[in-house]
Write a protein that binds this ligand. Structure first.
Ligand code: AMP
Length: 317
């Protein structure tokens, strides 16, 4: 393991130009890990050019701004891809192979092999956790700003230390991070957990209208008119999907959201038992065992997925 940390450090040290990327539909772990890593690299090597790319997230604006990819620099740059197992989900890059060297740092089950060097740890709570570890074990230097971003990403991906893979190591790393960087965690929580009223109203709508089968499968189809009625966008579903855990009657829950502009149906899926990513992989999606997603292009796949999930829950019971 130590050898792998050293290898990653060596490559970061070797390149003057570094691009850091993450998955589309960025969440706090994707943003915190990439923007945090940029801060760490610049804190250690102030003369390097480090760009963090991908679509700016207004929902998580407190995480920071994104940089533009300079096409001319691609062939001389090191690319570090965080939190993304497959090429199609890398935000802002079609072909990672155009970069001189590619490092993948991820905690998803492996899908594509687009890297020269990889560190994949599916038992890590988050990529932010992996970067705290990497910094502790190498000559990379943490900064307070980086620590704040990593803390928020880790706390968000574990849902406040609630999920599986929150281990003693997670707590040890976080304890050191908070202590050494004197983090004011209450102000960070204000960023993470402050929500607009529209989210709560939408959450209420989902709660009222979820269909729940005998097997414990719950789902709802949100059409574009409903999204319009609430005055939000399709991101609303992702904001509320995590709120339906620990409900007696529900084992697996899914929100299907129509995105007319893009001509697809987004799937946000969560489980508190049955493994769901393998089902979504059959529909071009994937993710973690208990938190996965997909983008469907055929409406008939909605009914097929409902059947598959219902069957999965029956078998699990
Ligand atoms: P979300 O419901 O969007 O928060 O996504 C939950 C998890 O599923 C994340 O780890 C994503 O990386 C993964 N995921 C979401 N959408 C897709 C997709 N279309 N293909 C593969 N993985 C996905």
């Amino acid at each position: 393991m130590k050898e792998l940390y050293r290898e990653i450090y060596k490559k970061i040290k070797e390149f003057d130009k570094i691009v850091i990327a993450r998955h589309i539909g960025a969440d706090p772990d994707a943003l915190g890990s990439t923007l945090g890593l940029k801060e760490i690299i610049l804190n250690t090597f102030p003369n390097k050019k480090v760009s963090c790319i991908g679509v700016y997230s207004s929902v998580f604006k407190y995480m920071g701004k994104m940089d533009k990819l300079n096409e001319d620099e691609i062939k001389d740059s090191l690319l570090i891809v965080c939190d993304t197992p497959n090429v199609i989900r890398i935000d802002g890059i079609d072909d990672p192979r155009k970069f001189k060297y590619v490092i993948k740092i991820d905690h998803h089950p492996e899908v594509d092999h687009f890297e020269d060097l990889k560190w994949v740890d599916v038992k890590s709570s988050s990529v932010c956790q992996m970067l705290i570890e990497l910094t502790n074990e190498t000559r990379l230097k943490m900064s307070k700003i980086a620590a704040e971003k990593l803390y928020m990403g880790l706390v968000s991906d574990t849902n406040r230390f609630l999920y599986e893979y929150t281990t003693p190591k997670t707590f040890e790393l976080v304890a050191g991070l908070v202590r050494e960087n004197k983090l004011d965690i209450v102000s960070l929580y204000n960023n993470l957990y402050q929500r607009p009223l529209i989210d709560i109203r939408f959450q209420g709508y989902v709660a009222q209208n979820l269909k729940v089968s005998e097997s414990g499968f719950a789902y709802i189809f949100i059409d574009d008119k409903t999204i319009e009625k609430f005055g939000g966008d399709t991101g609303l579903s992702g904001n509320v999907i995590g709120s339906f855990n620990n409900i007696n009657e529900i084992l697996v829950w899914v929100i299907f959201t129509e995105d007319k502009k893009q001509g697809l149906i987004k799937v946000n899926a969560r489980s508190r038992g049955p493994v769901i990513n393998t089902i979504l992989e059959n529909y071009g999606g994937g993710g973690h065992a208990m938190a996965s997603g997909a983008r469907l292009t055929k409406k008939e796949d909605v009914d097929k997925l409902i059947e598959d999930f219902d069957k999965l829950c029956k078998e699990y019971k």
